[in-house]
Design a protein around this ligand. Structure first.
Ligand code: ARG
Length: 463
């Protein structure tokens, strides 16, 4: 029976190669090749440091660094043959380096391990995604700001329980999402600051006896500092979990907004018209224009939050330091990141393209007795009534209008006075939806003047 030969990178003590199933469960090259650029950047920084510390010669370091660049261009050009037998990106690159530059390649792995190597690569990869998420969020906030600015004083119904509550402005509603996405952005920024420590040089788990300079490699890779504990450095995946938590909250916000767009674009609401570019048709119903992008964005939280839960479950119960379980971290984060970026871009496109239906918004704003609170407030202000009594009187007026099948402003003064004799016709000045929103001048309120202040503040912050 022919046995496969043992692994060329670590097979010294092995007489036989792995079973095909062993290879299949063990290999990560199928997905971790996405970290090729990070792996090569880490190795180039490591080689330069080894030479600076006199651990390898300048000549060898130069050959390694050049060879790695050659490999990077091979990978980028799609000319690199990835091998499952070589397990992962780290060993694929190193084995190829041996083919490209020969003997000096064997010196690269001095004073490091795949454990600190993978932790470094994955941090760099995740950090790039944090930066991409921040850029994606900024673009989305700009699109929302443009919508808010165009309709700062357009009235629409504000809802609680999805029941008409009080009139609000379109600008105010758009700016609510700006606040949410701004918090997402700030969460990613915080996560970035915490994740920006270099594991490189932690080696397998205990550090190394070679006189390495971890500060040098940390700096070369854009990290703020080396991670302070080698055991922690190789086994910490908090950075990935934090990315997934931030991504989950952001995806939840996207899902809420997507849900509103699905509702708003329906024939029953007609609050917005989505562009053709971000809608799809039905293969059987010719009249249909479906908000598929919004629906898919609404769904993305499922897999993104799923990744967050999955990796948390992988990490729980792992003893220090590295365990192979951790290899299961990458696909979750890759998939979550891909889908978050796609969802952000799709939402930005949809928001940028959509047209608010101003007449429909305005018509809906006054429906459902939406200015009842304004009426109660007027009773308090003009007649000195306690708010609880005013609430009761207003309730009776609503019941009267409902019985008559009209809205509050359609009741006559006489009909109002049948409910409370002190009401004067001044009351009609507060019943219009425009008066209603304009009066809500409290800080953070829906008055167009307030909304414009917030738009100006955010435009300033984002520029
Ligand atoms: N492919 C591995 C991973 O993603 C790299 C680290 C392997 N380390 C080891 N001691 N076998 O986790």
């Amino acid at each position: 029976m022919t046995q496969k030969t043992s692994n060329q990178m670590w097979g010294g003590r092995f007489a036989a190669g792995p079973d095909a199933i062993m290879e299949a469960i063990n290999a990560s090259i199928g997905f971790d090749k996405r970290m090729a650029a990070q792996d090569i950047a880490g190795s180039r920084a490591h080689a330069a440091m080894l030479a600076a510390q006199g651990i390898i010669s300048d000549k060898d370091a130069e050959a390694i660094r050049e060879g790695l660049l050659t490999i990077l261009s091979e990978i980028e050009a799609g000319q690199f043959t990835f091998s499952t037998a070589l397990e992962d990106i780290h060993m694929n690159v190193e084995a190829r380096l041996k083919e490209v530059i020969g003997e000096p390649a064997g010196r690269l792995h001095t004073g490091r391990s795949r454990n600190d190597q993978v932790a470094t690569d994955f941090r760099l990869w995740t950090r790039d995604q944090v930066d991409a998420a921040i850029e994606g969020l900024k673009a989305l906030m700009q699109a929302l700001l443009a919508q808010a600015e165009a309709g700062a004083d357009w009235v629409m119904p504000g809802f609680t329980h999805l029941q008409t509550a009080q009139p609000v402005t379109w600008g105010h509603h758009m700016m609510a999402y700006v606040e949410m996405f701004a918090r997402d952005l700030s969460r990613f920024t915080d996560a970035r600051a915490r994740m920006n420590e270099s594991p490189l040089g932690a080696a397998a788990l205990a550090g190394t006896s070679f006189p390495i300079d971890r500060h040098m490699t940390a700096e070369a890779l854009g990290f703020d500092r080396p991670a302070a504990n080698s055991l922690d450095a190789v086994s910490d995946r908090d950075f990935a979990l934090e990315f997934l938590s931030c991504a989950s909250i952001c995806a939840m916000h996207l899902s809420r907004m997507a849900e509103e767009l699905v509702i708003w674009s329906s024939a029953q609401f007609r609050f917005v018209v989505l562009s053709d570019r971000f809608s799809t048709g039905s293969s059987i119903m010719p009249q249909k224009k479906n908000p598929d992008a919004a629906e898919l964005i609404r769904a993305k939280i499922g897999r993104i939050f799923g990744a967050n839960v999955a990796l948390t479950m992988v990490m729980k119960g792992l003893p220090l330091a590295y365990s192979k379980d951790m290899q299961e971290d990458k696909e979750q984060v890759f998939d979550a990141a891909d889908n978050l970026m796609l969802a952000l871009a799709a939402m930005t496109g949809m928001v940028g393209d959509m047209t608010a239906n101003r007449p429909a918004l305005e018509a809906a704003a006054g429906a459902g007795f939406s200015t009842a609170t304004d009426l109660a407030d007027w009773l308090v202000r003009a007649l000195g009534m306690p708010f609880r009594d005013a609430h009761h009187v207003t309730g009776s007026l609503v019941a009267k209008a409902e019985a008559k099948g009209c809205d509050l402003p359609d009741l006559s003064l006489t009909e109002m006075q049948e409910v409370h004799e002190a009401i004067t016709d001044e009351v009609f000045t507060v019943l219009g939806v425009h008066n209603s929103v304009a009066s809500r001048m409290s800080y953070g309120g829906t008055a167009p003047a307030r909304v414009r202040e917030q738009i100006a503040r955010w435009k300033d912050t984002l520029s």
